[in-house]
Design a protein around this ligand. Structure first.
Ligand SMILES: NC(=O)c1ccc[n+]([C@@H]2O[C@H](COP(=O)([O-])OP(=O)(O)OC[C@H]3O[C@@H](n4cnc5c(N)ncnc54)[C@H](OP(=O)(O)O)[C@@H]3O)[C@@H](O)[C@H]2O)c1
Length: 287
């Protein structure tokens, strides 16, 4: 299959490129300077030129706190541009894979969210991604893959922030009352490629990166893994704080575990394993 990846320099974009190289697919990955997805004509031209079977949109505005101060920019990238990709996909008969987020939910529940559960984003980023889901549905064939708490060896993410802060800090405060599922972007990339290969029906699919936990537990797992690898390092003590005490610019949902039963029905091995992923990334990241 011919697979076009947008947002090629992001965490997911880079993981998709790595995983696509291990397949027989003909991949074309374009970063923001090669294809700005908010430029409708450029999107159409790139898609008509390459004639992909699948377009995976890994481009997004992902700075959740900054998004609060520039909602129009966020909406153009996370929603309007997805509409341009859907139009272009329809021109060449391609499948559009749009990646979305657990932040479409308000987190006021106690059981994992199903695809059909009511949405109610609490912040500008979540609202823009929800609008993006609606724009993706303009494609004749589409998957919206919802994922949460992405990390990888690339870009900026929670795992890499923890490793940076590990150096020289006595203590570290981490939010304990937000529960979700860390997701290794490499695991997500594999499932996106497999889903594109499968004859699945258009619609929304929740992706799960493994065991649900709080940010606090995630940080503890990271430092436990680092401690095993570098016993000589003095690591910070992680102290639990509430989201209210931490007070970030954007509100975030308290509970956004995603039920991935629908995806597992198509791809039985699709659930990721973030614990395994941090173990395998740590030797490289803790150099
Ligand atoms: N990160 C998370 O925790 C998380 C959680 C749930 C869902 N997701 C979703 O997962 C997907 C991948 O996220 P990620 O973590 O890989 O994001 P990322 O690392 O922030 O990468 C996004 C990429 O998109 C590019 N981009 C931004 N605007 C663009 C435009 N107009 N045209 C083309 N490219 C553009 C960015 O380029 P610049 O760097 O130059 O701006 C960046 O390279 C996104 O849809 C995101 O919403 C992420």
């Amino acid at each position: 299959m011919k697979i076009l990846v947008t947002g090629a320099d992001g965490q997911l974009g880079r993981c998709l490129q790595d995983r696509l190289r291990m397949t027989a697919h003909d991949g074309l990955a374009l970063n923001r300077s090669q294809l700005d997805i908010t430029d409708r004509q450029s999107v159409e031209a790139a898609v008509v030129r390459f004639r992909p079977d699948v377009i995976v949109n890994a481009a997004a505005y992902t700075a959740v706190d900054r998004a609060e101060s520039e909602p129009e920019v966020v909406r153009r990238i996370n929603a309007e541009a997805v509409g341009y990709l859907a139009e272009a996909a329809n021109k060449v008969g391609a499948l559009l894979v749009q990646v979305s987020t657990d932040y479409v939910f308000d987190g006021r529940t106690i059981r994992p969210y199903r695809e059909s559960d009511p949405v109610n984003p609490l912040n500008v980023y979540g609202a823009s991604k929800l609008a993006g889901e609606e724009c993706a549905a303009g494609a004749n064939r589409y998957f919206v893959v919802r994922a949460a708490w992405l990390f990888s060896e690339y870009g900026n993410n929670f795992l890499k922030s923890m490793l940076k802060l590990a150096d020289g800090r006595e203590t570290l405060q981490v939010v304990v009352d937000q529960i979700g599922t860390p997701t290794y972007a490499g695991d997500l990339a594999v499932s996106i490629i497999r889903l594109a290969e499968a004859e699945a029906a258009s619609g929304i699919y929740n992706y799960s990166g493994g065991r649900a936990c709080s940010w606090f537990e995630f940080s503890q797992a990271i430092f436990a893994c680092l401690g095993k690898l570098r016993p000589e390092w003095r690591l910070p003590e992680v102290l639990p704080v509430t989201a209210a005490e931490y007070s970030s610019v954007a509100s975030r949902p308290a509970y956004t575990v995603l039920d991935d039963a629908k995806l597992r029905a198509c791809l039985p091995q699709s659930t990721g394993d973030w614990e395994l992923a941090i173990e395998s990334l740590m030797p490289v990241l803790a150099e």
